[in-house]
Design a protein around this ligand. Structure first.
Ligand SMILES: C[S@@+](CC[C@H](N)C(=O)[O-])C[C@H]1O[C@@H](n2cnc3c(N)ncnc32)[C@H](O)[C@@H]1O
Length: 241
């Protein structure tokens, strides 16, 4: 029996049953193996940019004897896929800028997809802004806490013709319009952790006398104020429960 971490399991649950999937940056290839074993997907392509994890992925697939239903490809992002080969793409465990770069580089493959599932390790705001600007809408968002770390997981679908243009404010980009809307129970913990991190950075920046740094400090302070207000609102709700 293949046991997944809560993070990988949450990703698997967002994959529509019966769709062909590409797992970009597959590394251990546990997600592809799970999707086949649980009959969630009929065919999965795991993509790896680096040789060592590529070999690891091939080994896992052989170990579970799933070579007929899982192809592991060595290459960069979506570039090793043909348009229409898969319906759903997963990009998990990478930084936000890397995820956007991968999506940006293959517009034809991207246009042929029904769903993208992303789990950025950092800079979730960059990914959300990118998705909205490129015609994607959030279909679901999850937040989990595992091994002392928060993970945001975002599902997105192509905007249909006629569906309104959607815009995000800074808080929504960082913490997710759907997570905020449902006042996710873990969200105030994540905002609090981020605020503590930024407070530390601010302490260091405040020591500088450079004009440019002072401008950055003001920008940080304004952003933090908005996030503090969000956190107070989330905490208020908890008090009322
Ligand atoms: C931290 S691992 C995440 C593994 C798995 N997706 C997960 O969430 O557990 C990130 C993997 O992405 C791979 N990677 C990074 N950039 C990539 C790219 N442009 N195309 C394919 N794989 C990439 C790395 O080699 C690494 O194995």
């Amino acid at each position: 029996m293949l046991k997944l971490s809560q993070r990988l399991l949450t990703l698997a649950r967002m994959i529509p049953c019966g769709t062909r999937v590409a797992d970009i940056g597959t590394d251990h290839a546990l997600l592809p193996c799970y999707l086949i074993k649980e009959n969630i997907s009929p065919y999965v392509i795991g993509v790896e940019a680096n040789k060592k994890p590529y070999k690891k992925a091939c080994f896992t697939v052989e170990q579970y004897n799933l070579q007929e239903k899982i192809a592991i490809r060595l290459g960069n992002g979506l570039a090793v896929l043909k348009p229409g080969e898969v319906n759903t793409v997963v990009l998990a465990g990478m930084g936000g800028p890397v995820i956007c770069d991968i999506l940006e580089k293959s517009p034809q493959v991207l246009a042929s997809l029904d769903k993208i599932i992303v789990q950025p390790m950092r800079n979730a705001e960059i990914v959300r802004f990118w998705l909205v600007e490129h015609g994607w809408l959030f279909s679901e968002e999850e937040l989990i806490y595992e091994d002392k770390q928060y993970y945001q997981i975002i599902g997105a679908k192509q905007r249909e013709p006629g569906e309104g243009v959607f815009s995000l404010n800074e808080a929504e980009a960082a913490y997710g319009p759907l997570l905020i809307k449902k006042r996710h129970v873990l969200l105030s913990g994540l905002v609090e952790k981020d605020l503590a991190g930024w407070q530390e950075i601010l302490g260091e920046l405040a020591k500088s006398k450079k004009k440019e740094t002072k401008r950055r400090v003001i920008a940080y302070q304004e952003k933090m104020q908005k996030f503090r207000e969000l956190q107070e609102w989330l905490e208020e709700d908890k008090g009322g429960l």
